[in-house]
Design a protein. Structure first.
Ligand SMILES: [Zn+2]
Length: 105
């Protein structure tokens, strides 16, 4: 199982505008380099100190209630929305903004 890391935006303006929300979880392989840019909005992001799944295990529905989006990369530029809300696409294509999760506004 791939570790899940919590990321947060460094820029509050980007955080407000980003389809993934101010904070998001990102599943990645241990060999992957930490993200420095948000895969959705391209804004600067920083990884939390520990994998989110170890720091605090939260159920997907709980994340959803908190306004988090949990996404898993399935292909280059293609993500699965694990906290899919009604009206949201299951698969997110970073080149297609209509598939972005809406998050909590
Ligand atoms: Zn972003």
């Amino acid at each position: 199982m791939s570790p899940v890391y919590g990321y947060y935006h460094l820029d509050s303006e980007a955080a407000a505008a980003c389809p993934a929300g101010a904070e998001f979880e990102f599943t990645q392989l241990a060999v992957d380099l930490p993200l420095t840019r948000c895969p959705w909005c391209g804004g600067g992001v920083e990884r939390g100190l520990a994998p989110a799944s170890i720091r605090t295990h939260k159920f997907d529905c709980e994340l959803k209630d908190l306004g988090f989006s949990k996404l898993r990369r399935v292909d280059d530029g293609l993500f699965e929305n694990l906290t899919q809300r009604p009206g949201e696409a299951r698969l997110i294509d970073r080149r297609d903004p209509t598939t972005f999760p809406k998050g909590k506004k």
